[in-house]
Design a protein around this ligand. Sequence first.
Ligand code: NAD
Ligand code: DAU
Length: 352
Amino acid sequence: MDGRVTTYLITGGCGFIGSNFILRLLREHPQARVINLDKLTYAGNQDNLREVADDEGYRFVRGDICDGALVEDLMHEADYVVNFAAESHVDRSLMAGDEFIRTEVYGTYTLLEAARRSPKLKRFLHLSTDEVYGQVGERQASVETDPFRPRSPYSASKVGAEMQCVAFVETYGLPVVIARPANNVGPRQHIEKFVPLCATNALMDEPLPIYGDGRQVRDWLYVEDNCEALDLLLHEGEPGGAYNVGAGNQRYNIEVAELVLDILGKPRNLIHFVEDRAGHDRRYCVNFDKIRALGWSPRHGFAEAIEKAVRWYTDSRWWWEKVREGEFQQYYREQYGKRLAEARPYAAGPRP
Ligand code: NAD
Ligand code: DAU
């Protein structure tokens, strides 16, 4: 008898946020038993959880959230579910959107369908995104009741998943809580994403590709702050409710790249302006008063969040050098080859 009494079914736990969340669960909740269901796509990485791989409270199941029979089986054991599984990179959704729709919409539906028949499920936390609101104007901040205006195949797939959640709340009274976080940053994020890409390219003295004029705005949320918020929502979020999770750390992309270079002591001329992302959302900004009212607030400011993330990549070459060697090479050539060949150098480029 191991004394662990609460079972958490986590999907997509080998990815960035999911792995940070599982580490938190096992650390903060001694009664937790974690089942991690992950398909191990290019983004799933078992190195992310190697420190708990042999923990008696942790079980890894390789599988697809679209597999109804497997999901039904695992769901029977679950007190809580957190659905992180997704295709998460906007640029890849512009190359091929099929897997985004399949995992987000059909996969989320499959989980919800099993959840409604589950004997003891207390809450189902679904990971959505601030991108469901689409881009917002200069002084605007999205509130939870705002309409959805997704503009990429990725964000449209996230809206599709949310709509399935709403249907199961309305139809079956399923206790689903939805989280809509801003851009996370921190340890174990795939190097295709902006901050890890800037950090690892800078460490190798390779160019940092900045889309368009670099004046798009994102809100940078440290992943451990997000995981703390998710833990709270999982246990205390209002069933049927949606919650924005922001940090108040809005910055231009170019400022982020400059800070990464400064932290690493690398020259600014590594920055290269390249062809923009198609349909690139200009600015995201969420109002997060609703989760603040539950007692959560972010602990990391902008500079601290970026610095901690960059330091992790400096200290974890073993982790990202392996990732760089794999399928990433072909992706990188396809995504950046022509762009970098036609890039505008930093000095001649636009300044914020
Ligand atoms: P990630 O790409 O790092 O990880 C996704 C994980 O899901 C991987 O381990 C992958 O193997 C797994 N997966 C994919 N398809 C699957 C399937 N069909 N069945 C089972 N597992 C599957 O993603 P992330 O950045 O950790 O994001 C996690 C969630 O949070 C996603 O839903 C994403 O949309 C959302 N989100 C992310 C951010 C961010 O900044 N990273 C912000 C807001 C919301
Ligand atoms: O806002 C939440 C979302 O944040 C999540 O839902 C997504 O899963 C997550 O990937 C992230 O999406 P973004 O598209 O904002 O993240 P990304 O790291 O790809 O890009 C951040 C910004 O940097 C964006 O404005 C595009 C820009 N960028 C990105 C890359 C990869 C560049 O300028 N150059 C690049 O090479």
